[in-house]
Ligand binder design. Structure first.
Ligand SMILES: Cc1cc2nc3c(=O)[nH]c(=O)nc-3n(C[C@H](O)[C@H](O)[C@H](O)COP(=O)(O)OP(=O)(O)OC[C@H]3O[C@@H](n4cnc5c(N)ncnc54)[C@H](O)[C@@H]3O)c2cc1C
Length: 535
């Protein structure tokens, strides 16, 4: 359908009647202006149709969110500017959506979907090593364009249609080059909440996008981690990497977590591998049936019912660690040898050949992801064939190597001894040359009935309480839980107060001042800052 002639000649798709009016609703006059700007087919104000924009990829069951009140799909940065001007005029709360939905639609508002129509790759510069892309460009799309040129862009296990800008920059995703490279973005173009466009780095000084530049403050960080509250990013220069003359992988079976950790740390610290990870037996087994058309699912279930944590059938290891290596031929050969020697010194067995036979599905995934740098993706669907058995409740700890090792044993013990959960699958990887350890523990509950959902929520709260106690802080001074805003650190003098201690160096006041300066009408996702996650 073509765009209507004037803002007064159409009603667009109308908001649902008989709802209590809140500041999150979109006045009809604003609906008309947005429809006039973008055309009817690029707007939707029928709230019932917008549930897809309310949750992250994992589904809404643990998030008490609501459908947004409207959604618009701009194509250009100019349209984004106009949308924000209208939003400011009527003080409409804005939520930004990349691939999956904003995730925090606590009260609704207007979603700006920058994924569906902003899909242009503006530039590929292999010499300087970057691409300039719009927010709707996915890593699958970039890989298709740059692999024939001998380059790749990093990606995680998420599907190839996830927005590269959102995953690599806004969400700071962990990827298959995270051991060597953890900053994927050189510069951005953003439309501020009030409608002005800015660019950061050399692009902001009128040059090309090749450098962050040190001659003015490095501003790009203001938008990363801001969860869509600092403005709309409309372009970004993302780093790309040579495929390398040779690629290889070293796979090691370990019996002991500390030794496996030490190996991944040594390898990552010396920049020998793109990424180096530990996968537990059960994570390996889960991925195996997911990438082998569901074959082995029943064994997985049986193991879940019978094996204790870290207990495995004869001939298998409780954990497998691997190093993904690429570069010039001699460099790869040398790194493979060094990785193998270090693994043996730490009691590991090199199991490449055995692994391929025992775990054909997982091997297929690793070969594509960590050797060939092709994104095999992972389905979002809930089905044994797709590898998601309904629960994805994770405990993610971000820490350093010292606390990481200790924490692993404490958390595994707690899951089993305190909560009776024997099935915890986990992986651990190191970022940033081994400075940061990312450890993820997925514990198995089926959340489709209320009783188990309640039990899971209670468990999560209990874990939060545990990691907030002064004893825990003393034992593990450097554990931060992902989605840290769900954790309240009690006042040390009054552990039951549930209040965070006031830190004299806490920068949140400065961030709030900047936010007020760029968003004077407080339109950028006010609900998530007002409320935080619900009790
Ligand atoms: C199957 C699967 C596997 C995964 N594996 C990994 C993994 O290996 N490693 C890892 O780290 N993560 C992994 N994840 C998580 C993944 O990184 C996130 O789900 C993904 O990055 C979210 O991207 P999105 O576009 O869907 O986010 P959205 O929820 O759409 O957006 C995320 C945030 O960015 C903001 N935003 C969106 N667009 C803009 C814009 N244009 N300007 C400014 N702000 C904006 C939104 O407001 C929101 O706060 C996985 C997820 C799935 C589903």
């Amino acid at each position: 359908m073509s765009a209507p002639k004037s803002p007064t000649t159409t009603t667009g798709k109308q908001a649902t009647k008989n709802q209590t009016k809140t500041k999150y609703e979109i006045p009809q006059v604003a609906q008309k202006e947005l429809t006039y700007l973008l055309g009817e087919k690029n707007v939707c104000f029928t709230r019932e149709l917008l549930s897809v924009y309310r949750d992250m990829a994992w589904g809404p069951w643990v998030r008490q969110t609501v459908n947004p009140h409207g959604m618009v799909q701009p194509k250009t940065n100019k349209e984004v500017q106009e949308i924000l001007k209208i939003a400011n005029k009527y003080k409409i709360p804005i939520l930004l959506s990349g691939t999956s939905g904003p995730g925090f639609t606590w009260k609704g508002g207007l979603v700006i979907d920058t994924y569906s129509r902003m899909r242009k790759i503006h530039k590929i510069d292999t010499e300087s090593g970057y691409v300039v892309v719009e927010p709707g460009v996915s890593n699958g799309q970039i890989l298709k364009a740059i692999r024939p040129l001998g380059y790749w862009i990093s990606f995680g296990s998420y599907p190839p249609d996830i927005s590269s800008l959102v995953s690599l920059y806004l969400m700071q995703a962990d990827t298959n080059i995270i051991g060597k490279e953890h900053d994927f973005c050189i510069g951005i173009e953003a439309v501020l909440p009030t409608g002005e466009i800015i660019r950061t780095g050399t692009a902001g000084l009128g040059y090309d996008w090749w450098a962050e530049t040190r001659s003015i403050p490095v501003l790009k960080g203001l938008w990363s981690g801001a969860m869509g509250t600092m403005g709309v990013i409309t372009k970004a220069a993302l780093r790309i990497h040579p495929l390398g003359e040779a690629q290889d992988i070293v796979i090691v079976g370990f019996n002991n977590f500390d030794e496996a950790m030490l190996w991944t740390h040594k390898v990552t610290k010396e920049l020998m591998a793109n990424t180096c990870m530990i996968w537990s037996y059960r994570w390996t087994q889960w991925q195996n049936y997911a990438h082998d058309n569901g074959v082995g699912f029943m064994k997985y279930i049986n193991d879940t019912l019978t094996l204790k944590p870290d207990q495995v059938p004869l001939g298998y290891y409780p954990m497998y660690a691997f190093a993904s290596i690429s570069g010039f031929r001699e460099q790869v050969e040398g790194n493979v040898k060094a990785c193998q020697r270090l693994a043996k010194e730490l009691g590991g067995e090199i199991v490449n050949e055995k692994f391929k036979k025992q775990w054909p599905g997982t091997w297929h995934k690793w070969d594509e992801m960590f050797v060939d740098h092709i994104n095999p993706g992972m389905a979002k669907r809930t089905s044994h064939v797709y590898g998601i058995e309904s629960s994805e409740q994770s405990f993610i700890a971000i820490t350093n190597i010292r606390d990481g090792k200790k924490f692993h044993h404490a958390v595994m013990k707690r899951f089993y001894e305190k909560y009776g959960i024997r099935h915890v699958r986990y992986y651990a990887r190191q970022r940033d040359h081994g400075r940061v350890s990312f450890q993820r523990y997925v514990y198995m509950h089926d959340k489709f009935d209320k009783e188990t959902l309640d039990r899971e929520i209670a468990l999560e709260r209990d874990m939060d309480k545990w990691i907030s106690t002064p004893e825990f802080k003393k034992e593990f001074p450097n554990i931060t839980k992902m989605v840290a805003h769900t954790v309240e650190i009690p006042d040390e003098n009054d552990p039951d107060s549930g209040k965070k201690p006031k830190l004299s160096y806490d920068p949140s006041w400065l961030i709030e001042k900047i936010r007020k300066a760029v968003d004077p009408n407080n339109i950028m996702d006010p609900a998530s800052r007002e409320m935080g996650p619900p009790e």
